[in-house]
Write a protein that binds this ligand. Structure first.
Ligand code: ADP
Ligand code: MG
Length: 384
């Protein structure tokens, strides 16, 4: 059973702005799903649609077995069995901690003694035992967010919705609260929909990540799937800072336009294994910074424009034939101004029909699996 489902949900705001476009999403019971995308991509709109603060223009939303929203019917937010935490204004400053947390129970008519017991239990769960009488103003930002989480779970919701709930916190506190949040929601068996603009946070926390752009789902998948097999150039750029290079497929190799770059096909995996790009076809490649090797070479055609120290290797921006590429290879150390040559170790290829929703060709012999890149490869002749 899926715990939260959106079926063909679109939402247009009264001013005509598109909030969501034809979103289909199924979140399993107890699953932790992160929603990422650039600002304005529809993350908050999707969350508010599940919460019931806005209604879909078309499509339906279900929680558990119950349909909670359709264009002509909407169950009130407080009757949807949800807990919610937002980035700001989460805790009322004129109420003490205990009263803040007890509020959902008070609204539900839970007797005082029971409320008190459950507030103490929730404060234990979020690591703030005995703070019922504290004034929220005397708490740190991280403690206030814990209070907001305690209030969100006090009524024992099935589903927890988080909108940038950790984004206002500083590292390393944010890091710690991330781990605690995941442990807490796992132990309570909660289904979580966590909105964040922070892609590392999404990849680190979630069972599956949903990438949104322009109100549309670009891709849904486990973190490794999204990194290894981005469905679109947008996903590769957004999640991995991939360079997108256009070019043409030649026998055995990809030849870039505007860059003196040729990549043998055995280093290239097709984004969609069902399509088999053909020689002579135009295509796009996504190349992750981790797969761009930069080799110091006094006669090299490229220059390191900037170099930032990174724990496992320097983060380089390389200028090459009027383009800039990012390189982030483990172990690489290289200072700005160094002349280099560039080698691409792996890339993902997008054929001409790879935008979401576009028709895909019938199954054909796939290009080599990206993950299998260290195993013996198929001969280059797999491209016709
Ligand atoms: P995100 O949370 O990803 O930054 P939002 O869901 O807030 O994105 O916004 C998605 C789109 O809907 C944006 O174009 C935004 O301008 C628009 N939008 C959001 N809220 C409203 C609103 N209340 N009225 C009109 N347009 C809105
Ligand atoms: Mg938002």
């Amino acid at each position: 059973m899926s715990s939260v489902s959106l079926d063909s949900v679109s939402l247009a705001y009264p001013g005509g702005q598109l909030g969501l476009a034809d979103v289909d999403l199924r979140i399993g019971d107890g699953e932790f799903v992160a929603l990422v995308g650039p600002s304005g991509s529809g993350k908050t709109t999707l969350l508010r649609t599940v919460a019931g603060f806005v209604s879909p223009t078309t499509g339906t939303v279900s929680i558990g077995d119950a349909e909670v929203a359709s264009p002509n019917r909407s169950v009130e937010p407080e009757r949807r069995g949800l807990g919610m935490v937002f980035q700001q204004h989460a805790v009322w400053p004129h109420w003490n901690v205990g009263r803040n947390i007890a509020y959902p129970l008070q609204r539900a008519g839970v007797p005082r003694a029971e409320r008190r017991r459950r507030v103490a239990e929730a404060l234990d769960l979020v690591g703030l035992p005995g703070t019922e009488r504290r004034d929220p103003a005397t708490l740190s930002g991280g403690q206030r967010q814990r209070v907001a989480i305690a209030r969100a779970i006090i009524a024992r919701p099935r589903v927890l919705l988080l909108d940038e709930a950790l984004s206002a916190l500083d590292e390393p506190l944010r890091d710690r609260l991330r781990l605690e949040l995941r442990a807490l929601t796992d132990s309570l068996g909660l289904t979580v929909l966590h909105v964040t603009h922070d892609r590392s946070e999404a990849l680190a926390l979630a069972d599956r990540v949903v990438v949104l752009d322009g109100g549309r789902v670009q891709q849904v998948g486990a973190p490794t799937d999204l990194l290894d097999r981005p469905a679109t150039p947008f996903v590769a750029r957004f999640l991995s800072d991939a360079a997108i290079v256009r070019g043409v497929l030649a026998p055995g190799r990809f030849r870039a336009h505007g860059l003196p770059l040729e990549i043998p096909l055995d280093r290239i995996a097709s984004a969609d294994p069902r399509t088999r790009p053909r020689s002579g076809e135009e295509a796009e490649l996504a190349i992750q910074p981790e797969h761009i090797r930069v080799i110091p070479d006094a006669a090299g055609p490229a220059t390191v424009e900037s170099s930032l120290f990174g724990r496992s290797g320097d983060e380089l921006i390389v200028r090459w034939s009027g383009r800039t590429l990012r390189s982030r290879m483990p172990g690489a150390r290289c200072s700005a101004g160094t002349r280099v040559r560039v080698e691409v170790e792996r890339a993902v290829l997008f054929g001409p029909e790879q935008e979401p929703g576009a028709a895909t060709a019938p199954p054909q012999e796939p290009l080599p699996e990206h993950r299998a890149s260290t195993a013996p490869r198929q001969p280059l002749g797999t491209v016709a």
